[in-house]
Design a protein around this ligand. Structure first.
Ligand SMILES: Cc1ncc(COP(=O)(O)O)c(C=O)c1O
Length: 416
């Protein structure tokens, strides 16, 4: 008889704690799971289910943008389009980002020193966290959070403390934030418009957060990847954090072409902030990817210079999808929140299921053929079992409307 050796615990190793920070460490086998998004998409494929799990749009980006990318690979307007881009990104992209924010919000950024192109927002997030989260320090984030925050904080050897966004309106509790900040806090991570609740932080909320950070001399990373996906009936308007007084010495903002132009696979993102802060993050970023995708960067620059009406059309289509999904989930008996922005509706499933949100999602996948994500994957593992965030499920509506209609019918039949 052979005996299987007991699984080896590796929690002290960087790879294991990184995985654990994003709930992807399998302690039983001592191995790493794919991200919740990949697992959900794989589950959807295996069950031929409708995928309302991973947040990528069914629609391709606009044709003219795809053509710009195809063109730029074989033409040399931008210098060698298939060789290393400069570490900060190609000048055309940095100039387009600067001009874009100047036009939209009056923000003045120096393309030479205040803008750094990154391999998706994900790299900007990783580099920023690794640049500022001292080992042994605490990093404070609002929960739920994008999973890479937890992974990178853990990789940095810091500890994540979370401040929950609560139903019914999921606004940030700034008193709770203040309480969570200690002399050992190294940075604050925030995301507005927020994934998955769609909350758009108000200018006053941003100003207060900046003030709390300045008082403590800590950095704020503001992830704004959904900045172009805000609905016209939103209860608050979006202010880029860098336009709020007090941002200059403490804030860095993260943007993404993937979300803005429905080209999530291109992985073109950017980091903006004061020359001093951006330079410090460069110290990390240039040893992650160094640089990537000059041809895609060039195409994104064309899109930022002139979006040809795409942002408005995209938001109008998304809003219809939001309303379709939100009303459908309510019809199915879920307590669903209609978001001000973004790709997602979160819904409390406790009215229709006595099981956990994970179990609800597993059954929804196998019995109804609809994939969705339990919000428990987007919070810290230390969150108590009875926390209301653990009752929430995230459904993506950046999908074809026919897919959303069919998904709603399936969910209604499932909960009946
Ligand atoms: C809040 C948030 N930040 C960052 C990202 C990643 O952006 P990118 O694909 O540009 O790396 C996502 C993707 O879902 C996200 O939801």
């Amino acid at each position: 008889m052979t005996t299987t050796p007991p699984p080896r615990p590796y929690p002290e190793m960087p790879w294991a704690r990184t995985a654990a920070g994003a709930n992807t460490y399998d302690a039983e086998t001592g191995s790493v799971l794919p991200t919740i998004y990949e697992r959900t998409t794989a589950g959807a494929l295996a069950h031929q289910a409708l995928n309302l799990g991973q947040g990528f749009p069914d629609a391709q980006g606009p044709d003219w943008l795809l053509e710009a990318a195809a063109h730029s690979i074989t033409h040399h307007e931008i210098g060698p389009p298939n060789q290393y881009a400069p570490g900060l990104g190609i000048p055309a992209l940095r100039e387009a980002v600067a001009e874009h924010y100047r036009r939209r919000s009056g923000l003045v950024l120096d393309p030479e020193t205040q803008i750094m192109a990154t391999t998706g927002a994900t790299e900007a997030i990783a580099a920023t966290i690794l640049a500022w989260a001292r080992p042994g320090s605490e990093v404070v984030a609002f929960a739920p959070f994008y999973d890479s925050y937890g992974a990178c904080v853990a990789l940095a050897g810091a500890r994540l403390r979370t401040v929950p966004l609560r139903a019914p309106d999921y606004r940030p509790d700034l008193k709770a934030l203040e309480t969570a900040l200690t002399p050992n806090t190294s940075m604050i991570l925030m995301n507005t418009p927020h994934n998955p609740t769609g909350t758009v932080f108000s200018r006053e909320e941003l100003a207060r957060i900046l003030h709390l950070a300045a008082e403590r001399d800590i950095v704020v990373m503001c992830d704004e990847v959904y900045e172009h996906l805000i609905f016209d009936d939103a209860s608050h308007t979006h202010s880029p954090i860098l336009t709020v007084p007090g941002a200059e010495n403490v804030a860095l903002a993260v943007g993404s072409a993937g979300k803005s132009f429905s080209v999530t696979g291109w992985k073109v993102g950017w980091l903006t902030g004061s020359a001093k802060l951006v330079n410090r993050v460069r110290g990390v970023k240039q040893f992650l990817s160094f640089s990537s995708g000059p041809a895609f960067q060039w195409a994104v620059a064309q899109g930022l210079q002139d979006d040809q009406g795409f942002f408005a059309e995209n938001v109008a289509t998304l809003k219809k999808g939001r309303d379709l999904l939100h009303s459908g989930l309510e019809r199915a008996g879920l307590r669903a929140h209609s978001p001000d922005a973004g790709y997602f509706v979160v819904a409390d499933v406790s009215g229709v299921s006595e099981h956990s949100a994970e179990a609800f999602c597993a059954e929804l996948l196998t019995h109804a053929g609809v994939a969705a994500i339990p919000v428990s994957s987007l919070i810290s593992a230390e969150t108590p079992a009875e926390d209301p965030l653990r009752k929430l499920v995230r459904f993506a509506f950046c999908k074809d409307h026919s897919t959303l209609e069919e998904a709603v019918e399936r969910i209604v039949r499932f909960t009946e």
